[in-house]
Ligand binder design. Structure first.
Ligand SMILES: [Zn+2]
Length: 397
């Protein structure tokens, strides 16, 4: 989830909005306006909309405070937080590393719901101080805003404490299982499975409500369920990947059969002699024995066909300076993070300026697939074998 609109930085954390946020912001303003109109028939139109707009803004401020609590606790416990993004279903904090111990996981996870509870009860307390009586419909603009914010923040805290990963409650559950079993991967698996069950119940409940006449509200619950289901599945897959590749180095997985092309040839010649004959998707470009860049199917596709004759491989390639390069000793998991973070499908493996091979996402996926087809337990590690000199001679020319 990347933000489309950047709002600024707090404690070094980029705060941003995803486009989908605007849809939900508009929905909240309109449904709040409708709500205020119904319960306060004596309010004028401008009072209704000012209150609705003001409430919506404060609601997002309280969402931001929820996320900031996660992020600041994470920072305080030594984790790096890059960004907070508000989107249609709330907020996400991009915490770069996973918690290294159960205690950190617990406090980072529970900080958000605690913040929401404090904000919620704080708003209700101020409303009471201003003369609002519990169970009454608030009648001044200020108490109406405060009471709505109070309840929504308490609901937010309770909803987030549902024990399904990746909700905060799921993370709390994970940290508790982790503390008891001392098994980080196992605890994520359990929390993610519970998350899938919770998500499934949400979907069922939403569909049931929809057919019982709840209309949009039912679909909304089903949609949240679907989102949770996808997130829980992704968390589960992430654990499998982490478990499968932990400790594995790039040298054990990279392909050595990277075809090298000369930087001076035209794209047309490159397509005819290399691309269409080898079926490879990625080629190293060399100049006097040194690697200078990488050219992929994607780069060729970006150049109009009629220019293939006049464009050289050097002009179309991505130069080495712009590429993220890994070494044979890089951890496969770090390489995967680098690919995901930069939206690339392959990384050149370079040592001392010489191309050793290529690590591609499809290789990693094939290996995962093989594991699952053989139904290998996740903890199965093949015996390590050093390939020695093989890597040096592997690159075909
Ligand atoms: Zn949270």
């Amino acid at each position: 989830m990347h933000s489309n609109i950047k709002l600024g930085k707090i404690s070094g954390i980029e705060i941003g909005l995803h486009y989908s946020w605007f849809i939900i912001a508009a929905l909240i303003v309109f449904s709040l306006g409708e709500h205020f109109r119904q319960v306060n028939p004596n309010w004028g139109t401008s009072q209704i909309w000012i209150a609705a707009l003001f409430t919506a803004v404060l609601f997002f401020v309280s969402l931001l405070l929820h996320e900031l609590s996660h992020s600041l606790v994470a920072q305080a416990r030594g984790l790096k937080v890059t960004a907070i993004t508000l989107f249609a279903l709330g907020g996400v904090s991009q915490i770069q590393d996973d918690a290294s111990d159960a205690k950190t996981e617990f406090w980072v996870a529970i900080a958000g719901p605690i913040a929401s509870l404090i904000i919620g009860f704080g708003c209700l307390a101020i409303a009471v101080g201003l003369g609002w009586k519990h169970m009454d419909e608030p009648h001044t603009g200020v108490t109406a805003v405060l009471v709505w914010l109070g309840y929504i923040n308490i609901i937010l805290a309770v909803f987030n404490m549902i024990p399904g990963f990746p909700l905060d409650g799921g993370r709390v559950l994970r940290s508790i299982v982790w503390a008891i079993t001392k098994n980080a991967d196992g605890s994520t698996r359990i929390a993610a499975r519970v998350g899938q069950v919770v998500a499934f119940l949400f979907i069922l409940d939403g569909i049931w409500r929809f057919f019982a006449g709840a209309g949009f509200g039912g679909l909304w619950i089903a949609f949240i369920g679907w989102f949770l289901m996808e997130a829980a599945k992704a968390s589960y897959a992430q654990v499998e990947i982490a478990a499968a590749f932990r400790g594995m180095r790039v040298s054990e997985l990279m392909s050595h059969d990277c075809v090298v092309v000369n930087r001076g040839i035209s794209l047309q010649e490159f397509v005819d002699t290399d691309l269409l004959k080898t079926g490879q998707r990625c080629f190293a470009v060399e100049d006097h024995g040194r690697m200078v860049g990488l050219i992929t199917l994607r780069d060729v596709g970006a150049i109009p066909r009629e220019l293939w004759d006049k464009t050289t491989v050097r002009e179309a390639m991505r130069p080495l300076e712009e590429l993220h390069v890994i070494t044979p000793d890089t951890q496969v998991l770090d390489a995967l993070k680098l690919m995901a973070g930069n939206d690339v499908n392959q990384l050149p493996v370079v040592a001392n300026g010489t191309l050793m091979g290529i690590l591609s996402r499809s290789q990693i996926m094939r290996l995962l697939q093989a594991r699952s087809e053989l139904q290998l337990p996740v903890a199965h590690y093949p015996p390590l074998h050093r390939k020695g000199n093989e890597a040096r001679h592997g690159v075909t020319r």
